[in-house]
Write a protein that binds this ligand. Structure first.
Ligand code: C2E
Ligand code: MG
Ligand code: MG
Ligand code: MG
Length: 275
């Protein structure tokens, strides 16, 4: 009896695994069509300067997939699949071209931040893709910012740092995203002169009731002051958080309190109607 139950459980498990594998394959195939079918769109979330009143200095481009049957799919549900299947290179190039193109239509000439997957660094053409996106769109390179995560500095760091230096030479800004998660070694900050550090939203979310979260925010802002790096707080959802973070020395802010990600043409509407 026990043996049979055990086998059943095993069979259920492998069947479930098959399901997962199958649905991944389906998503992967759909994703191939998504790019040519114009189902992928970039939404833009404002990044504001805490010192000036209502001043939006830039927007982060965040990808959305409007699936013809499944509806809206969020990046956490398809970026990992794009990474495993190699489609991330096509998807990443699309994001760079599209973000640069749309940013040229913004009257305020704000910057646009594009997330780069660590896997895009494995492709030797990354720098020329960025260069081509800038050239084709005519966007001033200083208005483009790329966001990378620590893992880029972790493996093959020498090659990746060279790539970052080449991007920097093009005039592009470089931000370190989700800081405080992962390994977060302070020595990363010596390996490359980042323009910005973005404190991961989990710390902002927790800082109200966690002394540890607040202490980490303090350590990051303290350090950034001496290194002269701008700090962006992500995931700011309330005026209390905004006030506190400003007091702690954060200079740039992003979060639902200031605006949700919106299609390019709706960005200004979002402003009339904060949070
Ligand atoms: P991220 O780069 O850290 O982007 C910030 C995420 O926090 C976004 O989630 C944004 O919608 C969300 N967010 C912003 N403000 C708030 C807030 O006040 N509260 C809460 N709870 N969340 C907030 P999203 O759009 O779902 O994207 C998730 C992640 O997917 C991004 O994290 C980024 O790592 C990745 N991603 C998005 N677009 C792209 C892309 O074009 N390429 C690549 N490689 N990755 C992307
Ligand atoms: Mg980001
Ligand atoms: Mg982030
Ligand atoms: Mg994140």
């Amino acid at each position: 009896e026990a043996k049979r139950n055990g086998r059943n459980r095993y069979e259920h498990f492998t069947l479930a695994m098959d399901d997962v594998a199958r649905s991944r394959r389906v998503i992967e195939n759909d994703l191939r069509e998504a790019i040519s079918g114009r189902q992928l769109r970039l939404y833009y979330q404002p990044i504001t300067d805490g010192e000036a009143v209502q001043s939006i200095i830039g927007y982060e481009a965040l990808m959305r997939w409007h699936h013809p049957v499944k509806g809206l799919i969020m990046p956490n549900d398809f970026i990992p699949i794009a990474e495993e299947s190699g489609l991330i290179h096509m998807l990443g190039a699309y994001a760079l071209y599209e973000a640069c193109r749309e940013a040229t239509t913004w009257e305020g000439k704000q910057s646009v931040s594009v997330n780069l997957s660590p896997l895009q660094f494995k492709n030797s053409s990354l720098v020329s893709v960025v260069e081509a996106a800038l050239r084709d769109s005519g966007l001033d390179p200083s208005r483009l910012e790329v966001e990378i995560t620590e893992s880029v500095l972790l493996d093959d760091s020498l090659g990746n740092i060279r790539t970052l230096e080449s991007l920097k030479k093009l005039g592009v800004q470089i931000a370190l995203d989700d800081f405080g998660t992962g390994y977060s070694s302070l020595s990363y900050l010596r390996s490359f002169p980042f323009d910005k550090i973005k404190i991961d939203k989990s710390f902002i979310n927790d800082m109200g009731d966690s002394r540890e979260a607040l202490a980490i925010i303090r350590a990051i802002t303290g350090m950034s002051r001496s290194l002269d790096i701008q700090i962006t707080a992500e995931g700011v959802e309330s005026s209390e958080q905004f006030a506190k973070l400003r007091e702690e020395g954060c200079t740039l802010f992003q979060g639902y309190y200031f605006g949700r990600p919106q299609p390019s043409e709706l960005r200004l509407k979002a402003l009339d109607n904060p949070a």
